[in-house]
Ligand binder design. Structure first.
Ligand code: NDP
Ligand code: MG
Length: 384
């Protein structure tokens, strides 16, 4: 039996992880969960899965759930409780599925435990990939990606002794709700339109990232760190059907891809598998009805891609700045303070205006994040 700590249990990835656990209760146990403030969902999870612990980040929500005294799980709050939970000897697998830079604290602690991390929280890798990968290596922590593209690459690389024989890795992108639309035609789009992803049902931040195609740029940086290959090995390709999740090409001419219908339980079930694949109630691909297309990443989003490639090459503080600028831009778009196209302006101008600096430890990451957010807020103020 594997004991799972699910960070970000009340979110969209959380739902998919719970679905896989529910179907495989003979081998998987939900030991503990974390969330920010969605206590009503936490109560439901507590009733259905009876986890030992529930860590609630938001203090008000924590106090309320304690007062109500309606759940059997022990409730926790604060950094030292979070750290103790991640380090709890009973925890075998830590699923990192908090959204945004807020997931860094837990992911960084988890990377020192020597346990297994199932990684969805790409923002922590974009901002702190070097540090997390280094501490995972020195502590013997295994990182298995559950972001669908990265899990696909992971599966395509399985059995290969090293990446020396890889000639190219294609990361696919659905194109999001504005597939084939030029940037100039998107000026007036609403957040409701931007949140409506055609293939995937996801949290609001990543849904906007998919609409802007920033998600694919974050994934390029994530892939560079997770697979230890230079950025020029990776190509971003638009594949509207979201069936082929990524492709690894080898120098002998073979290309291996991983395919499934777009359902996050598929990569999650793979990552939670041990020697045998897990049961998963998914819709199988109907190959007879398939028509797969692959197109170039749009020319008018090349500047964005180039920034991501620069981040891959320069490392250090560049990923922190890129990520912080995007998080501020998305937040302001969702609050109707800037337009969809201004998300790009905030990213470009913050990236230009924030000086690069040397990142030596986790504290310097937090400092740079605060500085970058302040710079991004200045840009927002100047354009809104
Ligand atoms: P959601 O917004 O649906 O869920 C986010 C989760 O994080 C919730 O449990 C939320 O709690 C919790 N949370 C938010 N802020 C904090 C905080 N400050 N401290 C502690 N917990 C917090 O996000 P998704 O599930 O869509 O995405 C999660 C991560 O996985 C992201 O990094 C995303 O990029 C990545 N990912 C998601 C995919 C998807 O299909 N959704 C696919 C691939 C990667 P509460 O509910 O209480 O607010
Ligand atoms: Mg993805």
């Amino acid at each position: 039996m594997k004991n799972i700590l699910l960070l970000g249990a009340t979110g969209s990835i959380g739902d998919s992880v719970l679905s896989v656990i529910e179907q495989n209760q003979q081998s998987l146990n939900l030991y503990a969960i974390t969330l920010d403030s969605n206590t009503s969902k936490a109560k439901d999870i507590s009733e259905s899965f009876t986890p030992e612990y529930i860590h609630i980040n938001n203090e008000k929500s924590f106090n309320k759930i304690k007062e109500d005294n309606e759940i059997n799980s022990k409730v926790l709050n604060g950094s030292s409780d979070l750290s103790a939970l991640i380090n709890d000897d009973n925890v075998d697998i830590i699923v990192s599925a908090i959204t945004g830079f807020a997931g860094l604290e837990a992911t960084a602690i988890a990377s020192k435990t020597g346990k297994t991390i199932l990684l969805a929280n790409k923002e922590s890798i974009v901002a702190a990939g070097e540090l997390i990968l280094l501490s995972a290596e020195s502590s013997g922590t295994t990182i298995i990606p559950i972001d669908s593209e990265h899990n696909a690459i992971f599966q395509c690389l399985a059995g290969e002794k090293n990446t020396d024989d890889v000639s190219k890795i294609i990361i696919t992108a659905s194109g999001g709700p504005f597939l084939n639309k030029s940037l100039s035609s998107l000026k007036g789009v609403t957040k409701e339109q931007a949140l409506k992803h055609p293939n995937w049902s996801m949290g609001s931040k990543i849904s906007i990232d998919s609409a802007t195609l920033v998600n694919k740029c974050l994934e390029l940086i994530e892939a560079k760190y997770l697979f230890g290959l230079d950025e020029q090995f990776f190509e971003l390709v638009i594949h509207p059907q979201s069936i082929v999740h990524s492709i690894v090409s080898y120098r002998d001419g073979s290309s291996i891809c991983q395919m499934s219908n777009p359902d996050m339980t598929v990569p999650i079930a793979h990552a939670l598998s041990d020697s045998r694949r897990l049961k998963n109630n998914f819709d199988a691909i109907d190959f007879s009805s398939l028509s797969l297309t692959f197109n170039e990443f749009p020319e008018d989003r090349k500047k964005l891609e180039n920034i991501a490639r620069e981040v891959c090459k320069n490392g250090n503080s560049s990923g922190i700045i890129f990520n912080a600028a995007n998080e501020i831009a998305v937040k302001n778009f969702l609050e109707d303070k800037i337009s969809f196209n201004q998300i790009y302006d905030v990213i470009y101008r913050t990236f230009e205006a924030t000086p690069m600096s040397n990142i030596t430890d986790i504290e310097s990451i937090y400092e740079k994040d605060i500085e970058s957010r302040m710079e991004a807020k200045k840009v927002v103020k100047s354009i809104s």
